[in-house]
Design a protein around this ligand. Structure first.
Ligand code: UDP
Length: 159
C-alpha cells in the first residue's frame, strides 16, 4: 500500500496556482488554500513573492499583443503574489472549475472568482489551463528543490 501511495504522489498531475496581488491584499490566501486542501488536492510548493517585470512578461507572454497586456503586467507586479504548486488527479481542469470563468461577472457562485471577484482585471487567482502551461509555469516560478514530494495519509481516503 505504501508503494501505491508513493506511486500516486510521484506520477500525479501538477498545476500552478497563484493568488494575485488583489487576493493577497484582500486576505484571501487562507480561504483559497483551504478550498484546495478540503477538495483533497495536495500542496507541494508555495511562496509569497514579488514578480519582476521580466517574469510577468514571460508568464503572460501569450497575451503580449493584447490591449490589456500593459495593465496586466503592471497589476501582477503591483504587490506580492502567493505562488503554489498543487497535485492530484485531474487537478489542472478541476482547479480551473473551482476558480470559475475569467470574468468574475460570468463566474458561477461557489467558484473563487464568482464568490470574491467583480472585474476581469482583478480576478483574484491564476491557474494553468493545460498540461503544457502547467509544466511551463511551474518551471518559471519554482526550482525542483522547492517542490516537496511527500506521502499524505488522507490520499488513502481520496483515491
Ligand atoms: N485579463 C484582463 N482583461 C481581459 C482579459 C484578461 O485583464 O479582457 C486578465 C485577467 O486577469 C486574466 C488574465 O488577463 O486572468 C489572463 O487571461 P486569460 O484569458 O489567460 O484568463 P485566465 O486563464 O486567467 O482565466
Amino acid at each position: 500500500k505504501d508503494t501505491d501511495i508513493m506511486a500516486g504522489v510521484t506520477f500525479m498531475e501538477k498545476t500552478f496556482l497563484m493568488v494575485k496581488p488583489d487576493g493577497v491584499q484582500r486576505e484571501l490566501i487562507g480561504e483559497i488554500v483551504s478550498r484546495f486542501e478540503k477538495k483533497g488536492f495536495q500542496l507541494i510548493g508555495a511562496k509569497l513573492m514579488n514578480i519582476s517585470n521580466e517574469l510577468a512578461s514571460e508568464h503572460y507572454g501569450e497575451h503580449k499583443e493584447r490591449p490589456f497586456f500593459g495593465e496586466l503586467v503592471e497589476f501582477i507586479t503591483s504587490g506580492p503574489v502567493f505562488a503554489m504548486v498543487w497535485q492530484g488527479e485531474n487537478v489542472i481542469a478541476t482547479a480551473r472549475q473551482m476558480m470559475g470563468s475569467t470574468n468574475p461577472a460570468d463566474a458561477a457562485p461557489g467558484t473563487i472568482r464568482g464568490d470574491f471577484g467583480v472585474t476581469v482585471g482583478k480576478n483574484i487567482i491564476h491557474g494553468s489551463d493545460s498540461p503544457e502551461s502547467a509544466k511551463r509555469e511551474i518551471g518559471l516560478f519554482f526550482n525542483d528543490s522547492e517542490l516537496i514530494e511527500y506521502s499524505k495519509l488522507s490520499n488513502n481516503w481520496i483515491y
